[in-house]
Design a protein around this ligand. Structure first.
Ligand code: GTP
Ligand code: MG
Length: 457
């Protein structure tokens, strides 16, 4: 272990897994929140970030850390939630890029599912350490619940039949992991944590096993990552989402992995129409244990240390691109160098837009979802003429209407999770621009696919 004096930063964990495995619910249990219930279509469609401060963490692991010689040395930890829906592999990939350790959530009763495999392969390719949370143990027939208990304590209370059924499910998960090339073991029987993936049985519903999961993650971070988690002055920050915030204008939600951001810092971020240079006007964070996606009062800071999810308010952020980096101009980084570096990140996105400007118009609430829409259209071989983020205004409708003169069927707007201004809506009818709008992404895909089929026949 690193010397006591070394200042560790908070590690970042990303939660990955198939739709409905219980990723959001697991975080809800840790936060004592109910984010999952408020989601459109009951699925996650954006990346979320929640900071768990040290005292909350200490409290949550107490049930299993008591009596052990474990000493918590982390200032806290940052949890990143990702969508399991197949359309959002871009967001899973972005989430895993940011994390130190991943938590692969598997629904015990259904075993591995397509996005479980996708996630595992991504983790393997990138050599990201991970643990498996085998969720929904409370669904076992005749399971006796002890809310928020450690696994060993609750398992000791189960009947022989329940234990046998549990063993069957555990064996299957371990077998499926071995088929993907990983040795795995129940977490409290793990002979060598560097060689075997730990499987932690949990219930996001009853909280059982969650103390074990958090203790394991804390311990692994401290043991294996003391070097990586040492606090550094170099900024590592990535834009998760670009959002309007009442009273602040356009803001960016950023995962600050390392370093310190300060109010007034000159920053460079990547924009659709070139790099954006601006100064941080406000640095905001949600309250501890609050999800960044959820409307919550924000706390102002004059400086923020990583790892943390922060909201940055500044001028000219309208065109900022999620997934791009945030760089700070200082003696180590010139403005010119920063501009070059941030734009290197976005080129793939712009390649998806037709160079002639001919094609459908796509508008989304965030760039993460815009990317998912562009990928869908690329697979359908539908050209994209223009894109925008946020509420639909007249200018967007006019942009889409240009196609009426070229290729009428493309005078179409695909709109995900955005509002439409009243005048803009009237204009779509007046001009004959077709609007497909939904706030569950696959509903939008289905409606548009049906329309394209209709055109073909
Ligand atoms: P996506 O974000 O769409 O990928 O799904 P998710 O993995 O975040 O799943 P979510 O947390 O939204 O949970 C899906 C459903 O499973 C919800 O109805 C939850 O109430 C239920 N669920 C999650 N965890 C548990 C659990 O431990 N036990 C039981 N009985 N139900 C659970
Ligand atoms: Mg979710």
């Amino acid at each position: 272990e690193a010397a006591e004096s070394n200042e560790l930063r908070s590690p970042i964990f990303v939660v990955l897994g198939h739709v409905d495995a219980g990723k959001t619910k697991t975080l809800d249990k840790i936060r004592q929140s109910n984010v999952a219930a408020g989601e459109h279509g009951r699925i996650t469609q954006q990346i979320g970030a929640t900071y768990i401060p040290r005292d909350a963490l200490e409290q949550k692991i107490a049930a299993v850390a008591r009596g052990s010689d474990f000493k918590l040395r982390l200032p806290g930890l940052l949890m990143i939630d990702t969508p399991g829906h197949e359309s959002f592999s871009n967001l899973r990939s972005r989430g895993s890029d940011l994390c130190n350790i991943a938590i692969l959530v598997v629904n015990m009763t259904s075993g591995f599912e397509p996005q479980t495999f996708e996630s595992i392969r991504m983790l393997k390719e990138r050599r990201i350490p991970f643990v498996v949370a085998m969720n929904k143990i409370d669904r076992l027939y005749d399971w006796k619940t002890t809310p928020d208990a450690g696994f060993a304590a609750t398992f000791a209370k189960q009947t022989k039949n329940v234990r046998q059924e549990f063993d069957g499910h555990l064996k299957r998960v371990i077998l499926q992991l071995s088929e993907e090339g990983f040795n795995a073991s129940l977490f409290n029987e793990n002979p060598d944590e560097r060689k075997y993936i730990s499987v932690v049985p949990i219930s996001a519903m009853t909280g059982e096993g969650i103390p074990d999961l958090l203790l394991l993650l804390s311990r692994l971070s401290q043991q294996m990552m003391a070097e990586k988690l040492t606090f550094q002055e170099n900024i590592e920050a990535t834009i998760l989402e670009v959002k309007m915030l009442e009273g602040q204008g356009t803001t960016i939600d950023v995962i600050l992995s390392n370093g310190t951001l300060r109010e007034g810092d000159r920053i460079v971020v990547c924009g659709l129409n070139g790099p954006i240079v601006t100064s941080i006007r406000s640095l905001l964070t949600p309250e501890p244990l609050k999800e960044m996606r959820v409307k919550t009062p924000f706390i102002h800071h004059s400086e923020v240390k990583g790892a943390m999810g922060v909201k940055i308010a500044a001028q000219d952020l309208e065109g900022a691109v999620a997934g791009g980096r945030v760089l700070v101009i200082n003696e180590r980084m010139s403005e010119e160098q920063a501009k070059r570096e941030v734009m290197a990140d976005v080129s793939h996105l712009l390649e998806l837009i037709s160079s002639t400007g001919r094609g459908v118009h796509v508008q989304a609430s965030t760039l993460g979802s815009l990317e998912a829409l562009l990928e869908f259209l690329r697979q359908m071989k539908i050209p994209v003429g223009s894109v925008a983020i946020g509420t639909i205004f007249k200018k967007d409708v006019i942009r889409a209407s240009i196609m009426l003169e070229h290729q009428k069927e493309y005078a179409t707007m695909l709109c995900f999770d955005v509002k439409i201004d009243r005048e803009a809506e009237a204009l779509t009818k007046e001009l004959g621009v077709r609007v497909f709008s939904a706030n569950v992404i696959y509903h939008l895909f289905d409606a548009f696919t049906a329309y394209m089929k209709e055109l073909e026949s």
